[in-house]
Design a binder for this molecule. Structure first.
Ligand SMILES: Cc1cc2nc3c(=O)[nH]c(=O)nc-3n(C[C@H](O)[C@H](O)[C@H](O)COP(=O)(O)OP(=O)(O)OC[C@H]3O[C@@H](n4cnc5c(N)ncnc54)[C@H](O)[C@@H]3O)c2cc1C
Length: 393
């Protein structure tokens, strides 16, 4: 058993760490106050290959394996948790296109995502369907050449998308989206995936006023009969939900690492403070009441990190990893929130001030206890794998 990264991965880790420390870290708090990511962040991450990290080299990406993608997510999120969404969401979208798209679709859709000229978003959740996304009600209706929309190829067939998506990360800024919509009745098997331009003539967006991750512009997006050409359908009709769930097996481990890295940064700040801050004539870290919670947090962060990396390692090895990805999704954000909370308490009154990032880290981390599936849903998937579908809740 080898717990280390390869030389190439270590070198890559140092490169991303240097970039994240020098360029991203200082933007973490100001972007939160402005409620938008710094304009330079996307292009800088793209030029380092981070927006197309897992995309095949043939389509302008880095062809990085899952473990290497995890390394990048950790390094970015440790410096600026919200900038890591610029890696996560394009990766999630590209996973669907890469796995299910035709050669022509991959060649057309993936390069602009990889080079950062297009920012996509991932539209699954609806106002009435979050955890039970298989029941989603957004409709894709087939239209033919009698439809007069310019956006359909003359004489060609296409679709019109109607309905409401909500809680979409990067939804205010994205130019394109993978949209999951119903092409027939029948639960999950009636859901198809479309990759579409968010044409403002048919799409209205509104921003959430969020507790955390304010810089990522979470949005509700209303589709008012958006016309899309037939070639927007990714994979076969009715394959969308399966593709979505398969891409979650990747993103859930990446999200775990993002959260743990953010909490790891909070823990480092708390440890430094515990060494320096004096109370009752000695450093506060000399008290077990201060030191032990930090020691416990370090243990839990480490344990959860290896579950995430095991999921990614298994993915690279072509092994099933739904169990590990589900463990990662419920456990890592939880221990991260708990550790970041403990770190804040260690800082005393100054941790409660916006002068320090401790509070922002807690607010931001809570978002990914919910985003991409809650802990309960991750445990539901896990229980099904452990018990067998017939016995699971
Ligand atoms: C920061 C953030 C970013 C997000 N980004 C995106 C995005 O980019 N794209 C996107 O499509 N969505 C996104 N989401 C939405 C997210 O995926 C959903 O919020 C999530 O799946 C839960 O759905 P819901 O909010 O409708 O909760 P509900 O499904 O209504 O659930 C409410 C509560 O009930 C629990 N619950 C529901 N069913 C069960 C059950 N069977 N057993 C036990 N407990 C249950 C849930 O765990 C939850 O605690 C994001 C959310 C957040 C907070």
């Amino acid at each position: 058993m080898d717990f280390g990264f390869s030389d190439e991965q270590r070198h890559f880790q140092e490169t991303v760490r240097r970039f994240a420390t020098r360029r991203l870290a200082a933007r973490y708090a100001p972007d939160d106050r402005r409620g938008a990511l710094d304009e330079r962040t996307l292009s800088e991450m793209a030029s380092l290959g981070l927006t197309g990290i897992a995309i095949d080299e043939r389509y302008g990406g880095q062809s990085a394996g899952a473990v290497t993608t995890g390394i990048a997510a950790e390094e970015v999120a440790g410096a600026d948790f919200n900038a890591a969404y610029l890696l996560l969401i394009p990766m999630l979208v590209a996973e669907v296109i890469g796995a299910a798209g035709s050669e022509d679709q991959r060649a057309r859709m993936l390069p602009p995502i990889a080079d950062g000229s297009i920012l996509p978003c991932f539209c699954l959740t609806e106002p009435e369907h979050g955890s039970d996304a298989a029941r989603l009600s957004m409709r894709a209706e087939r239209v033919g050449d009698e439809d007069e929309a310019d956006d359909l190829r003359p004489g060609g067939e296409g679709w019109r998308l109607s309905g409401e998506k909500t809680s979409i990360s990067l939804g205010m800024a994205a130019q394109t989206a993978v949209v999951f919509a119903r092409t027939s009745e029948g639960g999950a098997r009636g859901v198809s995936a479309f990759y579409v331009d968010l044409d403002e003539r048919y799409v209205q967006r509104s921003a959430f006023r969020d507790l955390g991750s304010r810089a990522i512009g979470r949005a509700a997006i209303h589709f008012d009969g958006l016309p899309v050409p037939g070639e927007s359908l990714i994979g076969g009709e009715g394959e969308g939900f399966i593709r979505c769930m398969q891409s979650f097996e990747f993103s859930r481990a990446i999200i775990g690492l993002m959260c743990l890295a953010c909490a790891g940064a909070a823990l480092e700040e708390a440890l430094a403070y515990a060494r320096e801050r004096q109370a009752f004539g000695r450093p506060i870290g000399a008290n077990q009441g201060v030191a032990f919670p930090l020691a416990e947090a370090a243990t839990l962060l480490r344990g959860a990190r290896w579950v995430c990396y095991e999921a990614l390692w298994r993915r690279d090895a072509g092994l099933p990893h739904r169990v590990e990805a589900s463990m990662a999704k419920w456990w890592a954000p939880k221990v991260a929130v708990d550790a970041a909370h403990q770190a804040l308490l260690t800082l005393g009154h100054s941790g409660y001030s916006e002068e320090l990032p401790a509070g922002q880290r807690v607010r931001d981390l809570i978002g990914l206890e919910i985003g991409d599936g809650t802990a309960q849903i991750a445990k539901l998937v896990l229980a099904r794998e452990l018990l067998g579908r017939a016995y699971a809740p």
